[in-house]
Design a protein around this ligand. Structure first.
Ligand code: APR
Length: 183
């Protein structure tokens, strides 16, 4: 499934699939503060990208929640991995601020590195317990605001791992962007 929306001159896509297979300039990892790997999408990216990614992560000195840092993409199709740390869900208003920051900082890091196309997983909605119906509008609004401010990013693709997550993002996207473009 693929749905396509516009934010200014940029394109936002929702796809169901595996982020390790994306051929964008960068893929974003849902990492933890150590940046030393884990399960979920973190595990999948390190498995698919190989040890070169972890070797660079070790030199980064960790990453604060809401921040993002870049490494090589190793053996992945994507040239870079941007490791973002989302909040562990607590139900407090700060959750949404930190989640939005993780997306915004990832795009800032992409722009700092001259990258034009970025793929995101659904950050924090797995092990970190963020309800996906709450996370989707926060994620999409943060990306929309960043792109509408004139960022030189041409494509942001959300790669959603299961149908329920895809549907949550599709419903939020319809409210935020209006109807998707005709395929
Ligand atoms: N491609 C795309 N999305 C994926 C993939 C994949 N290969 N594998 C898992 N996902 C999805 C999950 O289904 C979920 O929707 O990524 C989303 C985020 O889930 P997690 O990977 O659990 O990430 P998060 O909730 O942010 O928790 C981060 O988990 O893996 C550890 O080291 C990581 O401690 C950190 C924590």
């Amino acid at each position: 499934m693929l749905k396509r929306y516009r934010a200014g001159t940029a394109i936002i896509e929702l796809v169901q699939g595996d982020i390790t297979e994306q051929d964008t300039d960068a893929i974003v990892n849902a990492a933890n503060r150590t940046l030393l790997g884990g399960g979920g999408v973190d595990g999948a990216i390190h498995r698919a990208g190989g040890p070169a990614i972890l070797e660079e992560c070790r030199k980064l000195g960790g990453c604060e929640t809401g921040d993002a840092k870049i490494t090589t993409g190793g053996a992945l199709k994507a040239r870079h991995v941007i490791h973002a740390v989302g909040p562990v869900y607590s139900g407090r208003p700060r959750d949404a601020e930190l989640l939005a920051s993780a997306y915004r900082r990832s795009l800032e890091v992409a722009v700092e590195n001259g990258l034009k196309t970025v793929a995101f997983p659904s950050i924090s909605t797995g092990a970190y317990g963020y309800p996906v119906r709450e996370a989707a509008p926060v994620a999409l609004s943060a990306v929309r605001d960043f792109l509408l401010a004139g960022a030189p990013v041409s494509l942001v693709r959300f790669v959603l791992f299961d149908p329920a997550t895809f549907r949550a993002y599709e419903e939020a996207a319809g409210r935020i962007f209006g109807p998707p473009e005709e395929p």
